[in-house]
Design a binder for this molecule. Structure first.
Ligand code: ACM
Ligand code: ZN
Length: 535
């Protein structure tokens, strides 16, 4: 039934990701100046404010906002509250609009659908003259297929300001993403202020772009092609002692601001401070963190002081991010360095470990105990499975070429988030088949048993930014394929249809235009990306 009603109406109704059920009832509601937006519970006040922020600029209207149950647009938190229930209903009649849900997040999803029922000009940031702000009358019932609908951004290899990050969160919210996995540190920079270790950002947030190959490669590309989107933004460059430095970081105040901004939009921010590998910058700032005290990676986890550092860092992190999960990273650790370290070898001996893979597992378990003590569950890249992992850790499956990770992890009772290189690495090159491959292939492996399936929390895309130096380039690599991922994660499998999606996607590009997103045109040819550059 749902599919039939959507098919009949989607010439004018184009909500992406496709809702579970859309019944067009044939009428029109017109939004007018002075309309009242009401919310029945003060928990919804931020959502109502957010809705007005979305409606007011383009319409140029004044809206009245009040707590109550009678008004033109009503936000209704139902009596049976359940924060985990993101389903919502959206009813538009000729008299008004009602969005109801058992959760705040569900209300936000209803707002995203309402935005997409309005003409795409509603996304304009300035008043659009001569518009009739008409909304087709509908009855929508909608719920997500997966809880984890994520995007991972890497502001380490190249930096994104608070404002750019917020813009990205805005775009995520429109397409009903739920988790922003924020990769805050890596070998090339440290981007989050940690009060106990100030050098991490005083020194570690900045680097000489002349001695960093990813910066040189981007600037070379910008020079040779004239593509400004490949240049390092001047806003993130400064001169110190005659030397040009590139960088930036988020103060704890900035982090709180971004976490709050995301929360209003129904998005949880999940921090990742990658450990024990990918830590060249930390060991440069504090050489005692590494095995040879020479400013090289990885962290020396045989050293109790380094273990204390890891925990102290996360202690500050937990105060900034209120959600139930945090990411330890754990990928691509150069474990061979530990072989020649007396402290690491001694740790292996004392703990009765077999090898360096088990030493990393020991580290992950130690950190997991610490996470749990602070009310957090630990997520790590799929290398945390090597050497054995506790059944309560959650695994980010990224190595698409290791096809059995999801089976292995779920057999051990671990939850999994799927972000395989195969489809979910949005820094990888694009061609005419990229979106179709992402949409038509199962991101979640198809051959799972029901109990394995229950442990799949969802999926995400990773935007590694080695060769993505600007917001404009980031948008080009991410859009519009992010919309395909949104539908894979939200819409039930049986409702996914490539032919319908590709028609709807063309329609959505007008909305992307209105939002001034620098998306890759659907008919663009081959786009150079990370894998191309590394040949
Ligand atoms: C990864 O791409 N190293 C998680
Ligand atoms: Zn060591």
């Amino acid at each position: 039934m749902a599919m039939v009603s959507v098919a009949v109406s989607y010439a004018e109704i184009n909500i992406m990701p496709l809702p579970s059920s859309v019944k067009a009832t044939g009428g029109t509601y017109v939004l007018r100046n002075g309309a009242t937006v009401v919310y029945n519970n003060r928990q919804l006040r931020p959502a109502a404010g957010y809705l007005l922020e979305k409606l007011a600029p383009a319409t140029g209207y004044n809206f009245r906002l009040a707590k109550g149950t009678r008004g033109d647009i009503r936000l209704v938190l139902s009596r049976q509250r359940n924060p985990a229930d993101e389903s919502y209903s959206l009813t538009v009649t000729t008299e008004g609009i009602v969005i109801s849900s058992a959760s705040y997040k569900g209300i936000v999803h209803g707002i995203s659908s309402l935005r997409q029922l309005l003409p795409h000009e509603i996304e304009s940031t300035y008043a659009v003259a001569g518009m009739t702000w008409a909304v087709p009358t509908v009855e929508i019932e909608d719920r997500p297929a997966y809880e984890w609908r994520g995007m991972m951004l890497d502001p380490v290899r190249h930096f994104y300001s608070v404002e750019e990050t917020k813009r990205f969160l805005d775009h995520m919210a429109l397409y009903k993403f739920s988790k922003f996995h924020w990769h805050l540190i890596d070998s090339q920079a440290w981007r989050i202020e940690i009060k106990k270790y100030p050098l991490l950002t005083e020194k570690g947030a900045w680097r000489d772009p002349e001695s960093e190959h990813i910066d040189k490669a981007c600037e070379k590309e910008a020079r040779e092609t004239g593509d400004r989107a490949m240049a390092l933004p001047e806003a993130y460059c400064r001169t110190v002692d005659g030397k040009r430095l590139y960088g930036g970081y988020y103060s704890q105040e900035d982090i709180r601001d971004i976490v709050a901004y995301a929360a209003v939009r129904g998005i949880d921010v999940v921090p990742e401070l990658d450990m024990p590998g990918h830590n060249h910058m930390a060991t440069r700032c504090y050489p005692w963190l590494g095995c040879a005290h020479d400013g090289t990676d990885p962290l020396c986890i045989g050293n109790d002081s380094t273990m204390k550092f890891c925990k102290n860092v996360y202690k500050e992190v937990f105060k900034l991010f209120p959600y139930g999960y945090a990411e330890i990273g754990g990928d691509e650790v150069k474990r061979s360095k530990w072989e020649s370290c007396p402290l690491c070898r001694e740790r292996v001996r004392k703990e009765g470990l077999k090898d360096m893979a088990e030493l990393q597992s020991w580290f992950t378990r130690e950190m997991e105990k610490f996470f749990n003590k602070h009310g957090r569950r630990l997520i790590g890249w799929d290398e945390i499975l090597e050497g054995g992992v506790s059944p309560t850790a959650t695994v980010n499956w990224w190595q698409g070429y290791h096809k059995d990770v999801v089976q292995k992890a779920t057999d051990g009772g671990n939850e999994v988030i799927c972000c395989p290189t195969t489809f979910c690495y949005f820094d990888y090159a694009q061609d005419s088949t990229t979106i179709r491959n992402l949409y038509t292939n199962g991101i979640v492996p198809r051959n799972l048993t029901p109990s394995q399936k229950r442990l799949v929390k969802g999926m995400q895309a990773n935007i590694w930014c080695e060769y993505i130096p600007s917001e404009a380039r980031m948008q080009y690599m991410v859009f519009p394929r992010m919309l395909a991922l949104a539908e894979k994660a939200w819409t039930a499998d049986i409702m996914q249809n490539w032919d319908s999606f590709s028609v709807r996607l063309s329609g959505q590009t007008r909305r992307l235009d209105a939002m001034k997103i620098n998306y890759r045109p659907l008919d663009a040819g081959y786009t150079r990306g990370f894998n191309m550059w590394n040949k």
